[in-house]
Design a protein around this ligand. Structure first.
Ligand code: PEP
Ligand code: MG
Length: 564
């Protein structure tokens, strides 16, 4: 595995590495956000109408610029930019700005006030809505810059391959980002599941998040060596050593591109690699990867904007299209994980003090059994249409007790479905011996398991150091689950973001995990890494990581076993 040679480094800052790979290039900083305006003197009556027009003209220019970028972008980037255009043109937001101008505020200040109002509304809604506050602040800044005749904030023009530094990246910044120009991304805040991390993963660009304030010590133009696996940004590096590391990393990327499944360690221990999918389109893309099937089909993601429950037939048709992409291969369908960061109008409770600890996932169905049984009917209907010998497994999210597991398993078995549960509540891992007997498999959701074990919101950019699946406490819960799986002969998978990390994949294998499910573009990286280690090395890495006192030590201890 490519790695930075420590002896060449005389200054280093570090953060949470979220996409592996090494890059060496000069730094460019995202163009700064404009200073926010003060209230100033109120406008005279006769100045208010022209001010309104000035605001509308600025909004139109910003929207057209983003629209132009959307027209030239593709797939998800185009969607993100279109969504941002929609926010700039949002009637509710514009109306609030206009109302503020009517009271005598200057347009710049009126924009700040209106945005603050929407930000606090979104924040109190929590979950995915709260994540959209970055977009809101982004359009605020673009409109203010336009009103002042300043350069639009955001991505700079990079004349040569550069490393992009930012406090955080707004979706409109990352959409359409050219990986030839920006060879690595480093941000002050953000976590492994932040927007920046997701986009960097899709682009295959090395990425480090949550570096903290020290990042600002590194000025634009300085050449740095970024190691996305180690999470380090090395300064004052010997140029020839740096270029050697980049070359080694490039060869590693080639090995990954040429890797062929099915996955096994160098001494032949099989690990099933599967893909996480959200809909038929993602399933079709995943089927072209080396994934052997689907380890997590997040059904709720198709219904985030549905206002009423889709009928059994409608659901069956949708699920059937995901199944079609995988022939007879294993597809693990997760029942509706509504609530918290994935609110669904027809399923989620209107307001809860603490939605992450509230009625979410399987808990919704305990009070509304029809929601669960209709979904299981739809899955069974779609499964029956699959070719003979197809493997359709079904699991429930947020299982916390043996009774919940037993109840769910009963409903599945009545319909001829293979029942399992996600292990993402620490109680379920601790009580593996009581939860497992009624189930045919379990899959560990490390995103939520980490959130609940560390009592740290998985979406919080400030808490990324805690919401790290390398935390030894999380690894211990995984170890307990695997030991339970062995005692009860129940296969244990992992389907959280942890399964996308090649080094952590070795640790998970060493702990006894049988299958790993990740974004389909992460599968080859994991497979190529597993091919380079023995099962004994995986076990040694696991023991070293579990016995560490922090996430950083656990990672370093695992790397040390490989001689890195
Ligand atoms: C998890 O919690 O790790 C998981 C896979 O589920 P989600 O990310 O959809 O909550
Ligand atoms: Mg989860």
């Amino acid at each position: 595995m490519a790695n930075v040679n420590e002896s060449t480094v005389s200054g280093e800052v570090s953060g949470t590495g979220v996409v592996a790979g090494i890059a060496y290039a000069p730094v460019v900083w995202v163009r700064p956000r404009p200073e926010l305006p003060e209230a100033g003197n109120p406008l005279r009556d006769d100045e208010r109408e022209p001010e309104m027009e000035r605001f509308l003209a600025a909004v139109e220019t910003v929207a057209e610029r983003l629209q132009h970028r959307a027209d030239n972008a593709q797939d998800q980037a185009a969607e993100v930019l279109k969504a941002t255009v929609g926010m700039v043109r949002d009637r509710g937001w514009q109306k609030t700005v206009r109302k503020n101008i009517t009271t005598g505020q200057r347009a710049e200040y009126a924009v700040v006030g209106a945005t603050d109002r929407f930000v606090s509304m979104f924040e109190s809604a929590g979950g995915l809505m709260a994540e959209r506050t970055t977009d809101l602040r982004d359009i605020r800044d673009r409109v203010i810059a336009e009103l002042r005749g300043e350069e639009e904030p955001g991505l700079p023009d990079a004349r040569q391959p550069s490393i992009l530094f930012a406090d955080d990246l707004a979706p409109a910044d990352t959409a359409g980002l050219d990986p030839e120009k920006f060879v690595a991304i480093v941000t002050e805040v953000g976590g492994p599941t932040s927007h920046t991390a997701i986009i960097a993963r899709q682009l295959g660009v090395p990425c480090i998040v949550a570096v903290g304030k020290e990042l600002h010590d590194i000025p634009a133009g300085e050449k740095v060596l970024v190691d996305g696996a180690a999470g380090t940004i090395a300064r004052n590096v010997d140029e020839s050593e740096a270029l050697k590391s980049v070359e080694e990393s490039r060869r590693q990327q080639e090995r990954i591109a040429g890797w062929q499944g099915p996955a096994q360690t160098s001494d032949g221990h099989r690990v099933q690699l599967l893909a996480n999918v959200a809909d038929p389109k993602a399933a079709t893309a995943a089927a072209k990867s080396q994934a052997e099937g689907v380890g997590l089909y997040r059904t709720e993601l198709s219904f985030l904007s549905s206002t009423s429950e889709p009928s059994v037939d409608e659901q069956a048709e949708l699920y059937g299209r995901v199944f079609d992409a995988f022939g007879t291969s294993k597809v693990v369908v997760r029942t509706l994980d509504a609530g918290s960061d994935k609110p669904i109008a027809y399923a989620t409770l209107a307001s809860e003090e603490n939605p992450a600890l509230g009625v979410r996932g399987l808990r919704i169905a305990l009070g509304n059994e029809g929601l669960m049984t209709r979904q299981l009917d739809a899955i069974a209907q779609a499964a029956q249409a699959r070719p003979e010998g197809s493997q359709t497994w079904v699991m429930a999210p947020m299982v916390a007790t043996a009774d919940e597991a037993e109840w769910f398993a009963g409903l599945c078995r009545e319909r001829g479905l293979v029942p399992g549960a996600m292990i993402e509540v620490p109680a379920a891992a601790l009580m593996a011996d009581t939860v497992m007997p009624s189930l045919d498999f379990v899959s560990i959701g490390t995103n939520d398991l980490t959130q609940y074990a560390m009592a740290a919101d998985r979406l919080s950019p400030q808490l990324a150091y805690l919401t790290d699946p390398w935390q030894p406490a999380v690894l211990k819960l995984i170890e307990l689950t695997c030991q339970g799986g062995q005692r009860h002969d129940v296969p244990v998978g992992v389907c959280g973001e942890a399964a996308a990390d090649p080094l952590l994949a070795c640790v998970l294998t060493g702990l006894g995990v049988n299958s790993l499910s990740a974004a389909s573009n992460a599968v080859a990286g994991v497979g190529a890494q597993l091919a380079e280690v023995t099962l004994d090395q995986c076990r040694e890495m696991a023991a070293a990581a579990v016995g560490s006192r922090s996430a950083a030590e656990a990672k370093a201890a695992a790397r040390a076993v490989l001689g890195d």
